[in-house]
Every structure is written in C-alpha cells, then in structure tokens.
Ligand binder design. Structure first.
Ligand code: ADP
Ligand code: MG
Length: 706
C-alpha cells in the first residue's frame, strides 16, 4: 500500500501545522485568547505572550522530530528562503538542551545582502530582519532524508523597515483594503463586522516530464523552458488531454502530492489534466489572502519535490513548450467580513444588492483606472510568451461580467433605474433585484478578469510567480476606489441617492473595461484600442508603470509601498528580465555550439560518406542523399550565421548602456529577437537531421513519454 493511503485524509489533514486547534490544546487559555486577538483583530503582541507560544511551538515541533527552526520568508526572487537554526543551546556544564525563545520566534536577523534589494541595500545596511506573521500558521517541513524543520512564516524587511519581500506589502494591502471596506460596510449599517479580509484561491498549472529526459535538456534545466523543439506530429489539436484520463504514473504522483499538501494544511481540492499534453492543474480551497500566498509557495515547492521522488520533473514556467498552451495561475479573489459575509456575493435582499453593487463597481472602477499596474504585476519574461499569444488571455485587461449583471448595470447608466419587466424595479432599497446565478453557466474562458458568481478571477498571473503581486495591487486599487466612494457616501445628504449616483457614474465612466465577448480575436484587440484600453505587449513595456505617478500615488496613499520601495522593485524587475534573457541566450548558444552543430556535422558527414560509397558501388549518385545533404548544409550555414548575430548582440549587451531600462529594452529588441531566429532554424534542422543523432530529447519524447 502506498504511503498515501495509510491514514485517512481527516487524520492527516494539517498534521504538520501549528494551527488553531493545536494552539487551543497546547496554550494556556489567556495566551490563546491574546494570540487570537492578534491574529483576528490585529492587536499588539507582547513578548510575554510570544515567550509562551514559542515554548509550546518548540515542544510540539520536537515531539514530531524537528531539530531546527527557520524564519520562512519570501524575498523578491519569487521563491522562499530561510536560515536554519537548531533549537540547541548549551548549559553551563556543557549539556545540550532544546530552547526556543519568544524573541527568536518574533524576530530574526538573516543577512540580507544576497537577496535582491533593488538598491535598498546600498543605502541601508546589509542586515535584514524577519518578523513573525502570526496570521499564517507555522508548520513542519520534512525533507526526503527525514530532517524536520519548524517553519515560521515571516515578513522580511531592511534595517529601516523597507519591505524586502512580497509578504510585507501584501499584509499592508490587506490592511488598507480592510480599512476602506469597513467604512463602506458601516455606511450600509453593518455594525458587527470587525474587519474585512481578502479571500484567495489560486489554481496552479504545471507540466510534468520524465526526469531522465529533462536532465538531457540544458534549456529546461537552466531556463525552465525549451529553447529549441520542433512541433511533434501530434500536439493538442485533438483536445483529448483536457480533463482526460490521468495515467497511473501521474495519478500516483498526484496522490502523494495531495497527501503532502494536506499534511501541511493546504486544502488541495481539484486536480485534472490541462489543455496541453503533459499539463496539469491543482487548486486548493480558497483561504485568507496571505495564507493563500504562503500555501501557493508550498504548492510550488511540493510539486517540485514530489515530482523528483517520482522520477519526474515539474515545470512551472509559463511557456515550457512553444506551440503548446502555456501555464498560468488563476487568482480567484473576493472580500469577506471576519464573520463570513462574502461582499461579492449578490445576496437576495435589496439592501444586500445595493451593497453588493457598490463593492462590484468599486472593483470595476479600480481595474479600469489601474489596468496598467495590474498588467505590470502580471508580467514576467515567461508570461511574455503567453499573454497576447493565441492561448492565454490577451495582454489587454478587460472584465467579463456576464450578460445579466452587465444589463443591470447598464440600466443604471441609462438614467434613473427604470422599471424593467425582466428584473423588476431596480431602485435600490425599494425592491428586490433577482438573485444572480452563483455560477454563470457560460464561463468565459478568454477573459483576463472574470466575475464568476461570487468572486473575480484574475487569470493573467504567471504560473511560476508568487501570487502576492497580483493581490497586492488588487487590494490596493480596490481600497482606493472604496475610499473615494466612502468619502462621498459619508458626506451625502441622501445615502440612497448617492449610491445610485455612484453606480451610474462608475458605469458611465468605466463601461469600456467590460467586455463579454471572445478575447482571443483580432477584432477585440482593435475594439479595445478604439475604447482606449491600454495594450501593454511585454514585460519591459509594463515595468515603467511601477513608478508612474499614478502608481506612486495610490501605493503611498494606502501605505502599501513607499516611493523608495517602488523604485527598488522597478530595478529588480528590470534586472530580473535582463538576467533571465541573458541566461536563455547563453544556454541557447551552448546548446547550438556543443550539441546541434556537432550533431548536424556528424549527420552531413555520414551523408557525404554514403553518397561516395553508393557512387563507388553503383556508379550513380543518390539523388535523395545529395538533396538532403545540400539542404542540411544550407540550413547549418544559416544557423551558424544567426548564431553569430546572437553572440554579437550578447557580447555588445555588456557594454555600458545608460541604465537598466535601456539594457532591458536592448535585450528585448535585439537579443530576444535574435534568439527567435536561431530557434526557428534550429527547429528546421531537427526535422532534417537523423533522429538517432539528434542530441537531446524531442518534444514528442518529452510530452508523450509519461
Ligand atoms: P475553475 O477551474 O472552474 O475556475 P476551480 O474549482 O478549479 O474552478 O477553482 C476555483 C477556485 O476559486 C478554488 O480555489 C476555489 O476555492 C476558489 N474560490 C471559490 N470561492 C471563492 C471566494 N469567495 N474567494 C476566493 N476564492 C474562491
Ligand atoms: Mg479558473
């Protein structure tokens, strides 16, 4: 019996998490209550409380085999990090005891100098601080060798408090949203809710390939995506993979993945085959925004680790294979009161409807006004291969609302909410709007930002990136529009009239962002441009929007990013782009020179020998062999020329360009373009050269071998 089946799901779920029930069990009542107040209401945490919690946490962890603890944080690399310390402490007489103080729980001081800081490090000191985020539970992580570490989710910042991570701004943005949403809720008469949290469910797409094949491909190892690869005879055109039968080997992998995630308290729920061959998806049940972000990091790490154990390699890159669907992350997002009211749930009474509509249009206005910033937070070099290509949401942000909601909102725009047979009197507070379908049946899959019954689904998020960025910007821009609405409503003489007025204005001013049609068509791109929607085609074009006046205004106003922090992120995003393309180009050159060219020469030499031998024996020259030889030789020359151009661009790129932005443009406009040429000839060579001589596994083997 596989290890996954030894215990029932309910027995193992959260077994490695220091969660609420463990805390209830192990903490003295008053400590538990104090900690809960911090977690639920943001109350200050005293060192005394931390001391008691740390001790209980340590005992719990040691009972489960832990020897070390780590402050687990998320630097701006998109991954997680942590310095591991053992619990060991020495007594005066030289004995070892296991210790963990409150101070060690709440604060750590890892050296920050090896993490990206975008200049924050130069001006401030190298030391970084990690601070316990008690709203995300601590957990135990075991490696394959059986070493167990207590992981404490932490925020990571510089000596002067600048955020060096993705969690700090995420927590700040959640605070900002809560504050503004609460103002609106109070105006609607809600006196019971204490805070509003964002709920997030991240659907994660990924590819699985055989590990031994993966190891033969330098591009997959170094760049995470294939830099060469001709299309296999069969791609995804039959659409037979999506939701298809899951092969045994994958099924075993998925079972262990679920099991490992459940132990970590990640509620892995849905799994299925995705569109492309060898592509799959996993989605947990939604939870609080920052926990969802932590969990998504755990999902990505666990995917890689479990794949390894099954002799598979998990590819999280946005576009591992050209010509096949790429991977994304669907960020399902909503706002919810601490007592469980989903603010994007239409509800059934007029009162609820009005409140729902205000929150709904707040999102619409925010997405329209800050589309460039949203687009920026959804960009990375990998996603440049997806967005706008014919498989993913276009690079233009629009909102799918569905017909019924669009219709209702349009009626507000056309003057006073007039009577409508289908929907009844629309005047808020007077009559009931119909209950909206919770689950719109015509799910529009082509929209980058879709309302799906009781939440929005932001579908542009890169599969390999942290979901924090997307949520930071969403929370902040919605906080901004809510704050404007709250300002107006607080001063209004007639609340209901003002609500009507707001709805009308938002629809009139922001209707252009609503698009229910097929987002994959060329007509939409034209239409969107007529509507004046920003069309930002790639990462480099998106990055400057981080430091636009609009961005600085909104992020600083809500205390999410300071201007310095935004500039730091701007630098990091550019550096990241440059590094990524540089690595890809270097890998490509290596594969070309050390693998493709030698293989092609070997092949053409074989051909030449054959031609000679045939000629000697039969006195005639083989037409076929001669033709193939000519073709391969010609292609090889072209390949070499293209390669030389790429090499030159790469060499020149090291010359001093003014700044990172110019360098990034150079990489995009010259290096990247030259790579495409090299690839296209390389892929033609693959179709000509003897398959037995081809130096690395092909798409056919990679995609259809598991
Ligand atoms: P689909 O593929 O049809 O979009 P899935 O079931 O794969 O649907 O994923 C939907 C995701 O949305 C799940 O993670 C689910 O928990 C999440 N979700 C559902 N309701 C909410 C909500 N109110 N807020 C945030 N996420 C939600
Ligand atoms: Mg989805």
């Amino acid at each position: 019996m596989s290890r996954c089946c030894e215990k029932s799901v309910t027995e193992i779920f959260g077994i490695n998490v220091f969660n609420d029930s463990v805390m209830k069990q192990r903490l003295p009542k008053d400590t538990y209550r104090a900690l809960k107040r911090t977690i639920d209401e943001g109350a200050k945490l005293t060192l005394g409380i931390a001391e008691v919690v740390a001790n209980a946490m340590k005992d719990w962890a040691i009972e489960r085999g832990a020897t070390h603890y780590t402050h687990w944080f998320q630097p701006m690399t998109g991954m997680t990090a942590g310095k591991h310390d053992s619990f060991i402490s020495l007594t005066d007489d030289g004995r070892a005891i296991m210790e963990f103080s409150g101070k060690a729980l709440i604060k750590g001081e890892p050296d920050a100098s090896s993490f990206p800081s975008g200049g924050l490090r130069a001006t401030f000191e190298a030391r970084g601080y990690t601070a316990w985020d008690c709203t995300s539970p601590a957990f135990l992580k075991a490696d394959t060798a059986g070493n167990v570490t207590l992981c404490i989710p932490t925020a990571f910042c510089s000596y002067t408090g600048e955020a060096l991570d993705t969690k700090t701004p995420l927590l700040r943005s959640m605070e900002a949203l809560s504050k503004q949403a609460m103002r609106v809720l109070r105006l609607f008469g809600n006196q019971t809710a204490k805070r509003v949290i964002t709920t997030v469910g991240a659907e994660q797409e990924y590819f699985l390939v055989d590990r031994s094949l993966y190891q033969q491909r330098k591009d997959l190892i170094f760049a995470g995506r294939s830099l060469f690869g001709a299309m296999p005879p069969k791609g995804q055109e039959l659409e037979d993979h999506y939701f298809g039968n899951i092969p045994d080997r994958i099924s075993a992998f998925m079972a262990e993945l679920d099991y490992e995630l459940w132990k970590l308290g990640v509620s892995a729920k849905t799994k299925h085959n995705e569109t492309a061959p060898a592509q799959y998806e996993i989605a947990p049940i939604f939870t609080t925004g920052n926990v969802a972000a932590d969990h998504n990091q755990l999902v990505m790490e666990t995917l890689k680790n479990v794949a390894h154990r099954h002799n598979l390699a998990c590819l999280l890159h946005e576009k591992p294979f050209a010509g096949m669907n790429g991977s994304g992350k669907h960020n399902n997002w909503s706002m919810c009161t601490n007592d469980g009211q989903n603010l994007l749930d239409p509800g059934t009474t007029p009162h609820e409807n009005a409140q729902f509509l205000v929150f709904l249009v707040a999102v619409i206005q925010a997405v329209d006004e800050y589309a460039e910033i949203l687009r920026m937070f959804a960009s990375n070099p990998g996603n440049d291969h997806r967005l706008g290509a014919n498989e993913a949401p276009p690079a233009i942000i629009s909102i799918f609302l569905g017909e019924q909601l669009t219709d209702i909102l349009e009626q507000f725009q056309n003057g006073k909410a007039k009577e409508c047979k289908q929907y009844g009197e629309l005047k808020i507070g007077v009559s009931t709007l119909p209950t909206f379908p919770k689950d719109a049946t015509d799910r529009n899959r082509t929209s980058p930002f879709a309302f799906t019954g009781n939440r929005f689904e932001f579908r542009m998020v890169p599969s390999s990136a942290s979901i924090s960025g997307a949520n930071i910007v969403l929370n902040t821009v919605v906080a901004e529009t809510l704050s404007i609405m709250a300002d107006r409503l607080e001063q209004a003489e007639n609340f209901h009239n003002e609500v009507q007025q707001i709805l009308k204005e938002v629809i009139r001013n922001h209707r252009r962002i609503i698009f229910n049609g097929n987002g994959y068509t060329e007509e939409w791109v034209e239409e969107a441009q007529r509507r004046g929607l920003p069309y930002i085609k790639n990462t480099v074009a998106a990055i400057p929007h981080l430091i636009s006046e609009k961005s600085i205004d909104v992020f600083t106003k809500h205390g999410v990013y300071s201007k310095t922090e935004l500039y730091a992120r701007y630098e990091i995003a550019l550096e990241d782009y440059i590094n990524q393309i540089h690595i890809e180009a270097s890998t490509m050159i290596q594969m070309a020179k050390r693998q493709i060219i030698p293989a092609t020469i070997a092949y053409t030499t074989n051909l030449a020998h054959s031609i000679n031998e045939i000629n000697q024996v039969s006195g005639v020259s083989s037409k076929t062999a001669t033709k193939i030889l000519a073709e391969a030789t010609e292609l090889l020359d072209q390949f070499d020329e293209a390669l030389e151009i790429l090499e030159n661009y790469l060499k020149e790129s090291s010359q001093d360009l003014e700044n990172h932005y110019e360098q990034a443009c150079y990489y995009r406009d010259y290096v990247f373009v030259a790579m495409e040429k090299v690839r296209s000839i390389g892929d033609q060579l693959e179709t000509v050269v003897d398959g037995n001589l081809w130096p690395f596994p092909t798409y056919s083997e990679l995609l259809f071998h598991v």
